[in-house]
Design a protein around this ligand. Structure first.
Ligand code: C2E
Ligand code: MG
Ligand code: MG
Length: 725
């Protein structure tokens, strides 16, 4: 035999494995006949021990190796059922402690062990079944070759056949094609709890069990019609006393010389114990060991089935629940209390929701899911979610702590047949994220349009860097006009994305994303360079216009330590005088992340560039700081300007906005700042703002953002200043 492969890595105790294998070999010899020497048995089982250890340690876990171990046991004729029991028990009780002591008690170990037990049992059972089948086929084949099993047995070796038939541990029965039982052996009769004589008076049709697998009797029918030579199923029988026996049933057809069906030979093996063990293992594999709730696997199994089975009016909902701030509980109070909290939450959810027939499962960590099987109506998922939130929110006592817990829920409701389980759960996950984003203790309902927008937004983000490389961005310019003489004194540079499929995309669609991803720094640098180039071209052609270009700086750019150098560089490269560049920052950008005005502002001002506060009045205006900062211009936010409109009978003018603008203009002038009003849309607004001594205005009334060429045309005088756009 080849050398025993040793699992690499942590914690494999060779000595432990050897003593484990020795005990295993001892058990094998005690429990049945072993055709190998003691040393051979031990070496074989040591190899299996190593395989199991390897499987348990594997990075990606699979129970397959355990299956092959189970199979190999049978193939090596270590096939006593008692040995299977021993092997499973030892695997569960002491395998880890003995062979992989470092893994004991580590998360996931118990689940892996349970799965290995399942694999081993399944492999063992499979091999046993295969062996039985082969044996049976051998019998059937030899019978076939002698043309007729019964006559053959009677004529040639009656005695031997009888011996096999009577002595077999497997139940053997022979029936006619009409189903009438002709002969059964004692094992068959014992398994079903009848006497041989009673069964000889029985028709197989009466051995039907109401829960027989669908199609089983059709298969039998086809067999006796000669369409198959053998069928094989797991079938349960009622014994005479009403109890149930699970069997592995194999039926073969014996034909007449001319091929017509003549007899059926059935072999049954009692697999009740194995079946129950499998059921137990299946329960373990499908339930969460901590809370006892169904686990993720069972949930997906059930969901898939419900989706497949549901009729068109059947409403199915999923509530995906996640505790708020559970990590903090775990970190501050320890995992033990965290676990107890989860157990309590699981209990409450099961109590309040499972009572209505809905499945509650634990998806992992602090995530639970409720499958709302609404049937033809009654409970809707929102109602269930509210019940669940209420159940969770009552204070929880764990140890001597009282905890206030809340959860967020993402709800997806769907009529059946329209989606797969995994799509449904992806939607639930997205929705849970929305609910969390809105605050704690809330639910949100899935909205396909919102999701489509989210996806489109993410697709847009993904495309940004390449678009910048491909030169898909353009800068448009919007005039900023003197309210005194209507001359164009500046232009604001506003970026657009010339998207190959979507057309011209406005900055509101991508600036936020570019900020989140940090790409704004590169994009902003490009806009700055382009704006300086265009402004320098205008200065050369129209020197007396002294046209200022005003460029927006995102918070992230303003916070970038390299900003001063970037601006100096752009000016140096293009030759634009610093005085003709204005940088627009919002109030929050000015205050920086540290909560105090950016130091870079002074350095920028020292370069000679102008600084403007954009959208003034929409942030937390801290007027006290304004005084100490090198700001040259306030741009009053659109909403103030919007409030300046002539009243009518229904809406008398509210003078409040006017009074605010008046006060702000006075304050700005006292601090020696200019004031630009944004979003001026009508002549009346322009007029009012002029009388309030606002210096400049920007907005549709003075012209929308346009490509650079149109600004050039306007500077040439092709445009009548002050004319509405
Ligand atoms: P903003 O800096 O406040 O720019 C003014 C916005 O008001 C522009 O929208 C402009 O088209 C719009 N607007 C112009 N006239 C009117 C009007 O009469 N009424 C109303 N209601 N709005 C008017 P746009 O071009 O969509 O830009 C939106 C925002 O995107 C800008 O607001 C700015 O914050 C940002 N943005 C644009 N370009 C850049 C850029 O190059 N870098 C950075 N960081 N942000 C930029
Ligand atoms: Mg701006
Ligand atoms: Mg603005």
């Amino acid at each position: 035999m080849a050398a025993v492969p040793e699992p690499g890595g942590e914690g494999y105790s060779r000595a432990g494995a050897q003593s484990y294998a020795a005990e295993w070999a001892r058990a094998a010899r005690q429990l049945g006949f072993v055709p190998l020497s003691a040393a051979e048995t031990e070496r074989l089982l040591l190899a299996h021990t190593a395989l199991l250890a390897q499987a348990l340690l594997a990075e990606t876990f699979s129970a397959r190796p355990a299956e092959s171990v189970g199979r190999a046991l049978v193939e090596a004729h270590l096939a006593e059922p008692g040995l299977l029991d021993w092997s499973l028990a030892a695997l569960g009780d002491r395998f880890v402690a003995q062979v992989l002591p470092d893994r004991a008690g580590r998360p996931g170990t118990a689940q892996r062990v349970a799965a290995l037990q399942g694999g081993l049992a399944a492999g063992f059972a499979q091999a046993l079944r295969d062996r039985t089948f082969t044996q049976q086929e051998r019998i059937a084949r030899s019978a076939w070759q002698a043309r007729d099993i019964v006559e053959q047995a009677l004529r040639d070796s009656e005695a031997r056949f009888r011996a096999v038939f009577v002595g077999a541990a497997i139940g053997i029965g022979i029936a006619g094609v009409d189903g009438q039982i002709i002969e059964v052996n004692q094992s068959f009769a014992d398994m079903l709890g009848y006497s041989v004589a009673e069964l000889r008076r029985t028709n197989v049709a009466s051995l039907f069990h109401p829960d027989d697998a669908a199609g089983m009797w059709e298969l039998y029918q086809e067999l006796i019609e000669g369409k198959h030579d053998a069928v094989r199923v797991e079938k349960r029988y009622y014994r005479k006393d009403g109890s149930v026996v699970w069997t592995d049933l194999a039926v073969s057809l014996i034909r007449h010389d001319d091929g017509r069906p003549r007899f059926t030979v059935a072999m049954i093996e009692d697999i009740t114990e194995r079946y129950e063990l499998q059921q137990r293992l299946r329960f373990q594999a499908l339930h969460d060991p901590l809370t006892g709730l169904p686990n993720r696997t069972l949930f997906f199994e059930t969901l898939g089935r419900v989706l497949d089975d549901a009729g068109p009016d059947h409403r199915i909902g999923v509530c995906f629940l996640d505790l708020d701030g559970f990590k903090a509980v775990n970190d501050s109070l320890g995992h033990d209390l965290g676990d107890r909290l989860l157990v309590e939450i699981a209990r409450r959810l099961a109590e309040c929701v499972a009572g209505h027939g809905h499945l509650v499962a634990r998806m992992g960590g602090d995530e639970f899911v409720i499958l709302v099987d609404g049937g033809e109506g009654i409970d809707d998922a929102v109602g269930v979610a509210e019940m669940a939130l209420a159940a969770v929110s009552a204070p929880v006592h764990v140890g001597d702590q009282q905890l206030a817990v809340s959860a967020s829920i993402g709800i997806v409701e769907c009529p059946s047949g329209e989606t797969s389980a995994s799509e449904l759960m992806r939607a639930a996950d997205t929705t849970l994220y929305w609910a969390k984003a809105e605050g704690r203790g809330r639910w949100a309902v899935y909205d396909p349009e919102r999701s489509a927008r989210d996806i489109a937004r993410s697709a847009l983000v993904a495309g940004l860097p390449a678009a910048l490389d491909r030169g898909e961005f353009v800068v448009h310019y919007q005039p900023i006009v003197s309210l005194l003489d209507s001359s164009m004194v500046a232009v604001e540079a506003l970026v657009r994305w010339q998207h190959p499929e979507l057309g011209l995309v406005g900055p509101d669609q991508f600036i936020g994303l570019a900020e989140e991803t940090g790409l704004i720094v590169r994009l902003g640098e490009w806009v700055l360079g382009q704006a300086c180039r265009d402004a320098e071209a205008w200065r050369r052609e129209f020197p007396e216009a002294k046209l200022v270009v005003s460029v927006n700086l995102a918070a992230r750019q303003a916070d970038d330590p390299a900003i001063v150098e970037t601006v100096a560089c752009a000016l140096g490269r293009t030759g634009l005088p610093a005085a003709l560049l204005q940088l627009e920052l919002t109030e929050s950008a000015v205050m920086g992340t540290a909560g105090e005005p950016l130091r870079a502002l002074h350095q920028l001002a020292e370069l000679g560039v102008r600084l403007a506060i954009d959208d003034f009045g929409t942030g937390y205006s801290n007027l006290a700081y304004l005084r100490r900062m090198p700001i040259h211009c306030l741009k009053l936010a659109g909403p103030f300007v919007e409030g300046i409109r002539p009243g009518d009978a229904d809406n008398p003018t509210d003078h409040r906005d006017e009074r605010i603008v008046d006060a702000l203009v006075r304050l700005a002038h006292a601090l020696e700042m200019w004031v630009t009003a944004e979003a001026v849309e009508t002549g009346a607004q322009a007029e009012r703002l002029r009388s309030l001594r606002c210096d400049t205005g920007q907005g549709r009334w003075f012209g929308p953002p346009v490509p650079a060429a149109q600004i050039t045309a306007r500077l040439r005088g092709d445009h009548v200043p002050g004319e509405a756009a």
